[in-house]
Design a protein around this ligand. Structure first.
Ligand code: HEC
Ligand code: HEC
Ligand code: HEC
Ligand code: HEC
Ligand code: HEC
Ligand code: HEC
Ligand code: HEC
Ligand code: HEC
Ligand code: HEC
Ligand code: HEC
Ligand code: HEC
Length: 387
């Protein structure tokens, strides 16, 4: 240092000292500029950091923003050079796990990057106030209704630059994210019941988001066995059970750890029960008539409830419209050899004749038949009235 100062003091070496310091200064500036620019081009984000960003680069390349620079969305907009350099330094510690291969996966679990992304990242290019959005057919969207409530772009368009549908992830442990452009994700705020965990609740009426000609019944419902009156209906039952268990699992998951949330912090789309985006719970219970599944001791207790309110049981247990009348549906289980809809009393003799009476006493006491058969018609009539 003293020699450098000395070189400046000495008139003979001063010009050379000035020239060389100038060269050094230009060198530093060039190096910094190349570093800042170099670390800002997509190549730097994708290739040297290949290991970390392998999956992410694939999704980027499948997206509509391939021509856009990574830093336009991932570093502050129009920041001064100091902030810009600071942003570079801030991520410098990531270098070690990148080289050592000890980085945490899955990457961006729970999509916190989207929750922390301000609108300016998008509005720098997309000025929605002077652009008519033409959504795909069947969807209605009102951008102002959301931005006026502080709902950020990435709250819905989270995967816009990294669509994952047709991409296969290869990093071990990496996982795909929720896509918030789905109806379930809209129902993190919108609800049919009016109850919402969101601080910005909104309507779930179909007409708010779908035009009149839109087909409201989803394709899942057309599958065989989804629901057939007096036929197979296990399709919707299995789907409802699968959905309920998946929803419960998602609700039990740990909440997001967020540092700089700017968008609303919402429950996950997976914790929205898909059935209740289109149906109120009363839609289900009106048909079921009781809470499902049956209580554990129902084998012992169902006859009373079944006899007093047969119309509740019949939609699920009757084998035909005729059997849905009165207590006839009991036969579906108790006398499975019976013909649906014909009084068992008038057909049990056929079954006794073809199959014998052995099975009858699995349920009936030894004296049951006698109640009608031995004591004659009057006793049989009385028995029928009393039972
Ligand atoms: C048009 C804006 C935009 C551009 C351009 C963009 N990204 Fe993203 N990126 C996002 C958004 C929005 C998310 C948040 C996704 C989420 O949370 O579900 C994200 C998420 C990520 C993540 C977290 C992992 C993931 O898939 O969620 C990484 C890493 C990433 N981007 C890297 C890049 C790289 C590298 C580039 C350039 C090759 C790039 N991004 C270009 C908007 C962009
Ligand atoms: C550097 C400019 C730029 C930035 C930043 C940017 N976009 Fe884009 N975006 C484009 C261009 C260019 C297109 C393709 C042309 C078009 O459709 O407008 C596009 C297309 C889109 C589309 C339609 C195509 C599709 O994939 O659905 C949406 C939606 C979109 N951008 C949303 C966003 C969101 C949300 C952000 C912020 C996370 C964002 N953009 C950030 C430039 C940008
Ligand atoms: C509440 C959810 C939501 C929010 C918030 C939101 N959008 Fe959208 N956006 C949509 C939907 C839904 C569509 C229609 C998508 C379709 O066509 O299938 C759409 C369409 C668009 C399109 C047109 C795409 C095309 O193909 O023409 C652009 C561009 C866009 N949004 C940008 C933005 C920007 C920028 C912001 C933030 C200022 C934003 N959106 C906020 C849900 C949202
Ligand atoms: C973060 C919460 C939130 C999410 C997520 C959300 N919305 Fe909204 N939405 C709102 C709020 C709040 C309003 C305004 C309600 C009001 O003004 O009463 C609204 C209003 C609307 C409206 C106007 C409704 C009307 O009565 O005319 C439409 C259309 C809409 N949203 C579509 C969508 C779509 C499509 C999605 C999913 C892609 C979505 N929203 C996701 C909060 C949300
Ligand atoms: C807040 C906005 C919003 C409301 C309210 C809404 N939808 Fe949707 N719906 C969407 C969006 C966005 C999509 C397309 C994205 C997707 O694939 O989930 C969609 C897709 C659909 C589909 C086709 C996808 C599928 O699952 O087969 C059907 C059917 C549908 N909606 C029915 C309804 C019915 C019925 C209602 C009223 C009970 C309703 N929607 C209310 C936003 C909404
Ligand atoms: C995207 C909207 C949507 C979703 C999601 C949805 N449904 Fe439906 N569902 C409908 C519509 C619309 C109808 C016709 C309603 C009507 O006729 O009143 C319907 C009818 C039904 C019916 C009666 C069938 C019939 O023929 O009368 C059952 C049962 C049913 N849904 C069960 C379910 C279950 C269980 C789930 C969840 C696994 C579910 N739905 C999810 C829209 C939906
Ligand atoms: C139109 C009448 C009807 C409607 C509406 C209906 N269900 Fe069902 N549900 C049935 C029938 C019939 C069965 C018996 C199916 C079988 O044979 O397994 C059943 C069975 C079930 C079961 C299996 C019972 C168990 O616990 O083992 C579940 C779960 C179920 N439904 C859920 C739903 C949900 C959730 C909805 C509303 C979204 C709904 N159902 C709407 C008629 C209906
Ligand atoms: C929503 C449809 C639904 C309704 C309504 C319903 N059940 Fe069931 N019930 C079922 C299903 C599904 C099973 C299971 C069948 C199986 O496992 O094969 C079942 C099983 C049973 C069983 C056998 C229990 C066991 O342990 O094996 C009895 C008894 C029964 N129901 C009686 C009734 C009676 C009585 C009513 C009216 C009070 C009724 N159910 C109403 C769907 C229904
Ligand atoms: C879904 C099939 C199913 C239906 C429908 C059904 N039962 Fe049962 N019921 C059973 C089963 C299973 C048992 C237990 C048999 C055993 O313990 O071996 C049983 C047992 C009984 C018992 C003996 C209870 C005890 O104390 O052990 C009576 C009484 C009875 N049912 C009456 C009825 C009547 C009345 C109806 C119509 C209103 C009816 N059941 C409808 C399946 C059914
Ligand atoms: C799984 C148990 C079970 C078996 C096996 C069984 N029953 Fe029954 N049976 C019942 C129950 C429960 C009732 C009462 C149901 C009702 O009130 O409709 C009943 C009622 C009857 C009735 C009176 C019907 C009426 O109109 O009141 C006759 C008759 C009868 N059983 C005959 C038989 C014969 C014959 C057999 C053998 C082929 C047989 N049962 C096997 C459970 C059984
Ligand atoms: C509720 C009264 C009642 C009970 C209990 C009853 N039966 Fe009957 N049974 C009748 C009636 C009524 C007939 C005549 C049916 C007809 O011809 O349509 C009959 C007819 C018969 C016949 C045909 C008789 C013939 O002469 O052709 C046989 C066999 C029979 N029952 C067996 C049984 C057995 C076994 C049991 C006990 C498990 C039983 N029944 C319980 C009312 C009853």
């Amino acid at each position: 240092m003293r020699r450098i100062i000395g070189a400046f003091k000495n008139p003979a070496s001063r010009p050379r000292a000035i020239i060389w310091s100038g060269v050094a200064l230009v060198g530093i500036v060039m190096f910094s500029a190349v570093s800042v620019i170099g670390t800002s081009v997509n190549w730097f984000c994708t290739d040297p950091c290949h290991v970390v960003h392998l999956d992410n680069t694939k999704t980027f390349e499948a997206g509509s923003h391939v021509q856009v620079n990574c830093v336009s969305c991932h570093e502050p907009v129009n920041a001064n050079p100091l902030v810009f350099v600071w942003k570079k330094l801030e991520v410098a510690p990531d270098l070690i796990p990148t080289i050592m291969g000890t980085f945490d996966l899955p990457m961006n679990k729970g999509s916190y990057v989207a929750v922390e992304m301000p609108d300016i990242m998008c509005t720098q290019c997309h000025a929605l106030e002077n652009r008519d959005v033409t959504p795909s057919s069947g969807i209605i969207i009102d951008h102002t209704a959301h931005s006026s409530q502080g709902v950020t772009c990435a709250t819905c368009h989270n995967r816009v630059a990294h669509p994952e549908e047709n991409v296969e992830y290869t990093l071990p442990g990496d996982e795909k994210h929720e896509n918030w452009m789905t109806m379930d994700a809209c129902f993190r705020c919108h609800t049919l019941s009016g109850e919402s965990e969101s601080k910005t609740p909104a309507t779930g009426k179909c007409a708010a988001c779908h035009p009149a000609e839109f087909e409201l019944v989803p394709t899942t419902h057309a599958a065989d066995g989804w629901y057939t009156r007096f036929g197979a209906s296990n399709g919707h039952a299995d789907a409802a059970k699968a959905e309920a268990s998946q929803t419960a699992e998602a609700m039990a998951a740990e909440p997001l750890e967020l540092k700089h949330a700017v968008g609303p912090v919402l429950q996950t789309a997976a914790s929205v029960n898909n059935c209740y985006t289109c149906h109120l719970e009363t839609f289900c219970s009106d048909c079921h008539g009781l809470s499902m599944p049956h209580p554990a001791d129902f084998r012992k207790t169902h006859s009373e409830q079944g006899l007093s309110k047969p119309e509740v049981c019949a939609p699920c247990h009757a084998r035909s419209a005729a059997e849905a009348k009165d207590r006839a549906f009991c036969n579906a289980c108790h006398h499975p050899d019976s013909k649906p809809g014909v009084l068992w009393r008038t057909q049990h003799d056929d079954v006794v004749k073809s199959k014998g009476i052995g099975e009858c006493f699995d349920c009936h006491g030894a004296m049951y038949c006698e109640a009608c058969h031995v004591r004659g018609p009057a006793a049989a009539e009385k028995y029928l009235r009393d039972n």
